[in-house]
Design a binder for this molecule. Structure first.
Ligand code: NAP
Length: 284
């Protein structure tokens, strides 16, 4: 990611045009993030914390944002233990004012940031007909609105730094539907198109917007489900790798989408699901 020059110059520059026979100019990206700063919502635990640790291992300093202060403190200590700087911010991503506070505090503390991971999310397991208006508002606010306004606020900061990476944590519900999580599925479906819409408009600023869509991972969100042996069995029987994912299973995709290695990838989703999506379930 080039870190200098005005946007207009970068986009229209003759040097930007690829030339046939330019193999001598091949540069292998490093997959490193030294000197970069990443803001991770939902970074206090679970998959968000795992992604933050992956980014810290790759060299990034980290801003962790979620609601539970005690979890943020423990998570921050694990980032510090890797030798990285960390800022922990108790905020509710469902409140746009909090999202703006997160962005402002990150800029004040680190002078800006290069990577935004929208990992904060909640779920409600219930049949469609039982959801209330309040449920609708809460899931939309946390899973969709927070991510949208965080990305919107991040754009000028990333543009001023010559580019950036936005990674939305989606779900296999981008693609398929399972019972009793209709509102969650609707928010994640919206997030898929949000990823594509922002990718299109932010590309001229060298801001890549992509999503990681986990299959079934064992975290606090799914603990009640996986703790029931019959439900565990029913879940893993459709996963060709025969196990739920764990936070470190997202590390590779996270680092790819955060580093210069993905500078020409935008609007895409990487499904990290142990093969679930390709499984027709048919025995032949
Ligand atoms: P988790 O352990 O429950 O973690 C959720 C994180 O989001 C926590 O840090 C939580 O912290 C934070 N959060 C929730 N509401 C928030 C709010 N209003 N404001 C700020 N932070 C908030 O669940 P997880 O499985 O790691 O989920 C992380 C992401 O992965 C979610 O977007 C989820 O939809 C997605 N995902 C999970 C799975 C899975 O199988 N586990 C599969 C597909 C996608 P506080 O509660 O302290 O705020």
């Amino acid at each position: 990611m080039e870190k200098s020059g005005s946007v207009e110059n970068r986009v229209s520059s003759e040097q930007e045009k690829p030339r046939v026979g330019a193999e001598a100019e091949f540069r292998m990206p490093t997959f490193r993030l030294d000197g970069r700063v990443a803001v991770v919502t939902g970074g206090g635990r679970g998959l968000g914390l795992g992604m933050a640790l992956a980014l810290a291992h790759a060299g990034a300093d980290i801003v962790l944002a979620s609601r539970t202060e005690a979890e943020l403190e423990t998570a921050a200590a694990s980032i510090r233990a890797l030798g990285r700087k960390v800022l922990a911010l108790p905020i509710d991503v469902g409140q746009v004012a909090d999202v703006h506070r997160m962005v402002e505090a990150s800029c004040q503390h680190f002078g800006g940031f290069d990577i935004l991971v929208n990992a904060a999310g909640i779920n409600l397991r219930r049949p469609v007909d039982t959801f209330t208006e309040e449920d609708w508002e809460r899931l939309m606010a946390v899973n969709l609105k927070g991510a949208f306004f965080a990305a919107q606020a991040a754009r000028p900061i990333m543009r001023a730094r010559g580019g950036g990476k936005i990674i939305n944590v989606g779900s296999i519900a981008f693609e398929i539907v399972v019972p009793n999580i209709a509102l969650y599925t609707i928010t994640k479906g919206g997030m898929r198109q949000m990823t594509r819409a922002l990718a299109l408009e932010y590309a001229p600023d060298r801001i890549c917007v992509n999503a990681i869509a986990p299959g079934r991972f064992w975290t606090r969100m799914t603990d009640a489900f996986f703790s029931v042996p019959e439900l565990y069995e029913s879940a893993v029987q459709v996963i060709p790798m025969k196990r739920p994912g764990t936070a470190s299973d997202l590390a590779g995709a996270t680092v790819l989408l955060a580093t210069d290695a993905s500078d020409y990838i935008t609007g895409q989703t990487i499904f990290v699901d142990g093969g679930w999506l390709v499984n027709s379930g048919v025995k032949a």
